[in-house]
Each structure stands twice: as C-alpha cells, then as structure tokens.
Design a protein around this ligand. Structure first.
Ligand SMILES: NC(=O)c1ccc[n+]([C@@H]2O[C@H](COP(=O)([O-])OP(=O)(O)OC[C@H]3O[C@@H](n4cnc5c(N)ncnc54)[C@H](O)[C@@H]3O)[C@@H](O)[C@H]2O)c1
Length: 377
C-alpha cells in the first residue's frame, strides 16, 4: 500500500515536540514526510525541511504558503500536524480543515471556548479528521486501564486522582529566561499557565481512562514565584458526568519530580495506578486481594493494549512510540477504519472549557463552575 503523505507546521529545529512527531509519524512506514512549514523564520524552516529530506518545492516558508501550495496538488498531504505555539493553533487548524485537510493539532487546541466550538463545527462540516495530540492516551497500558474500566473489572469508579507535576520551572533565578517566562505571560499563554500546559493532559487522561467526561470543577491556583502573572501550581477538584469524584494536582515548581504524570483509579472492586515514568506497568489491586503488576506485552491483555504493544515484553516502549500509536490510528482512520480512542476536536474544546472554568473558579474563591463547553451542556 502506498504511504500516506504527511506535513507539519512548526516543530522546527530545536523545538520541544517536533522530534516526537517526526519519530511518531515515520515509525511504522505508514507516512512519508512530504511537506512542511517548520519554523517561524521562513528561511530557517525551508532549510531544515530540506535537511530532513522534504523536496524543495514543498519546503515552505510559512503555513499560508503551504496551504496554497498543497491545495493545488493531486498528491496533497493526507495529514497536517500543527505543532506551533498555542496562540496560532486556531487559525491554522480552521484554515486547513476548511480546505479539506485532515489535521492533528497540538494541545491546547485553541485559546478560547468559542474558538474550540468553532473548530468542532468546522471539523464536522468538513468531514475531515481533527485529532488533538493527547498522546499519553495511546500508551498500551493506558489503553489496558481504560479497557479494564469499560469491562467493569474495577466495578463502578468512585474516585480518580491524577497529577502532572514537575519541578522544571521551580528555579526563581531562571524565571526571566524567555523560554520559561512566556508560559506565565497572559499575552503569550492566555488565561492559564501550568493548568493549560500540563493539567489538561491529566484531565483528558482522567476522562479517557474512566470513559467519562468532566462536568464541574473547583480550583485553587497560585503563582508561587511572585513575578509570574499566571499560575505555576493548581489543585482542581472535579466531578464527572457519571458522578465520579476527581482530584488533580498540577505544578511546575515541584522540584524533584521529573515528568511527574500519574493517575490512580479507584473503583468499588479494585484500584489501578499508572505513571508515565514507568509506562510499561499497570498496578492493579482487586478489593481484598494482592497487588499485581500487569506488564505491557504479556498474554491476556485487552485487545487494544495488545494491539499497541509493539516490542517484546519488558522491552521499553517510550514516548515516541505512544505518539506513533496515535499516528497509526490516524493512518487507519484516514483509510476509512474506525478507531476508538483517537482524541478529537470535542476533547480539545472540553479541555479549554475546563481551563476557563478553573481560572474563573480560582478567581471566585474556589466556587464550583460548570466545566463543559456550552455546546455539550
Ligand atoms: N502533546 C505533548 O505532550 C506536548 C509536549 C510539548 C509541547 N506540546 C505543544 O506543542 C506546541 C509546540 O510546543 P513546543 O514546546 O514544541 O514549542 P517550541 O517553542 O519548542 O517550538 C515551536 C516551533 O514552532 C515554530 N513556529 C512558531 N510559530 C510558527 C509559525 N507561525 N509557523 C510555523 N512554525 C512556527 C518555531 O519556529 C519552533 O520550531 C505547543 O502547543 C505545546 O503546547 C505538546
């Protein structure tokens, strides 16, 4: 079967997430890297694209040039990844969807709830795929956790507790470093710092694994480094549509925590724990029973976890292969197969609605707010 054609906007040389997309998209031979507008500096973007093997006529200087160039081609790209800074996602995503392209947009999908709802509508009208890169949901053992919840192996879920707390912005003497400072500057980052950056991964994970949606929340946010306008720490209590109690802590000043992303699900008949720093193991305890380690690649996993376990048991499969799982599902979806579990525009708008609700709640002394976008109330 011919390879699908893939293009990327952003993700240029030295970017944080660009390499994960390239490794993920190209890992399984389903896509070829056919086009790109990789950098905010047109010449640097063209040069880097050529260095990565993109033909000169598809190494574009900016996304508008890429849209115009690709639209007119018979062999136009089948999927466009948007890996630019947050404030650019909306206009790029909208323009490419309206022109009939499938997209994978980085999180947060948009800056406002209104923009998020518009992307949902545009995606629906276009009939194209609008995926959002909640890539942690594509780890095999996260899929195992979700399948166990769905199969009733934990009974009714009572409580979900999740953290995405690291310490990499905890050095006050480094707070004015431009690479750090923009994340806490409303002009660049929007209404929220750490919650919009990392907290939404945890919130999506809670919804994903519990097969549920966040309904309401109460938040406490703090800028523990006083020069920061936006929060570097947040504690969010939430309730889901199915009535599950949710707790989420996200921080960038938790010195000593590295990636710091984990989730625990507590049901009536058992509990589960998964951590992104030990992604091959899912810790399971049935009520009244012994704690067990469920290992990626072992026999008897649920089908989705088995499907996404690529290499032999006990061999590490890391972050790029989780991203690759998402690209495989995207390739399948582009070729007409239904893929349950692909995060899409509704997930993107739910996240940004929760961000705005959390900010409003924190300003409101922690009053509970509806966390859903108006379109899903
Ligand atoms: N899903 C994840 O786990 C994850 C992890 C990290 C970052 N992200 C998201 O990815 C996005 C990018 O983050 P990053 O950390 O890689 O940022 P970065 O600042 O490291 O890199 C951004 C890249 O985009 C390019 N760029 C900027 N504006 C552009 C434009 N208008 N057109 C083309 N290229 C442009 C820059 O030149 C640079 O190469 C953000 O939305 C971020 O939230 C997601």
């Amino acid at each position: 079967m011919a390879k699908l054609k893939w293009g990327m906007i952003g993700g240029g040389e030295g970017s944080q997430i660009g390499p994960a997309h390239r490794l993920g998209a190209l890992a399984d031979g389903r896509f070829e890297f056919a086009a790109g507008a990789l950098d905010h500096r047109p010449e640097a973007g063209r040069a880097y694209a050529r260095q990565l093997g993109i033909p000169a006529d598809r190494a574009y200087g900016d996304w508008q040039e890429m849209l115009a160039g690709e639209k007119g081609r018979d062999d136009k790209v089948d999927l466009v990844t948007i890996a630019t800074p947050n404030s650019t996602h909306f206009e790029i995503a909208k323009a490419f969807l309206e022109a009939g392209f499938n997209i994978l947009c980085e999180k947060p999908m948009t800056m406002t709830v209104e923009e998020g709802e518009e992307i949902v509508r545009v995606a629906e009208a276009s009939g194209k795929i609008c995926a959002v890169n909640y890539c942690y949901s594509a780890y095999p053992m996260v899929r195992q956790a979700r399948a166990m919840v769905r199969a009733g192996e934990l009974g009714k879920v009572r409580l979900v507790v999740t953290n995405f707390s690291h310490g990499h912005h905890g050095d006050a003497t480094d707070a004015d470093n431009p690479r750090v400072r923009w994340r806490y500057d409303p002009a660049m980052a929007g209404v929220s710092g750490q919650f919009a950056d990392c907290g939404i991964h945890a919130l999506h994970m809670a919804s994903f694994v519990c097969d549920d949606e966040v309904k309401s929340l109460s938040a406490d946010m703090a800028s523990t480094i006083s020069s920061r306008v936006l929060e570097d720490d947040a504690m969010v209590n939430f309730r889901t549509e199915k009535g599950t109690v949710g707790r989420l802590w996200t921080s960038s000043v938790a010195i000593g925590r590295q990636h710091g992303f984990d989730i625990q699900i507590f049901g009536e008949t058992g509990g589960l724990r998964w951590a992104s720093e030990q992604p091959n193991q899912l810790i399971y305890t049935p009520v009244g029973g012994r704690t067990q380690i469920i290992e990626k690649g072992e026999g008897g996993l649920h089908a989705d976890a088995q499907r996404l376990s690529r290499v032999a048991i006990a061999h590490p499969e890391g972050f790029p292969l989780a991203v690759a799982n998402l690209y495989c599902d995207l390739a399948d979806a582009i070729q007409g197969e239904t893929r349950d579990g692909l995060p899409t525009a509704p997930d993107g708008v739910r996240s940004i609605a929760a961000v705005h609700a959390a900010v409003a709640s924190a300003k409101d002394a922690g009053q509970w707010h509806d966390a859903r976008p108006p379109m899903f109330r």
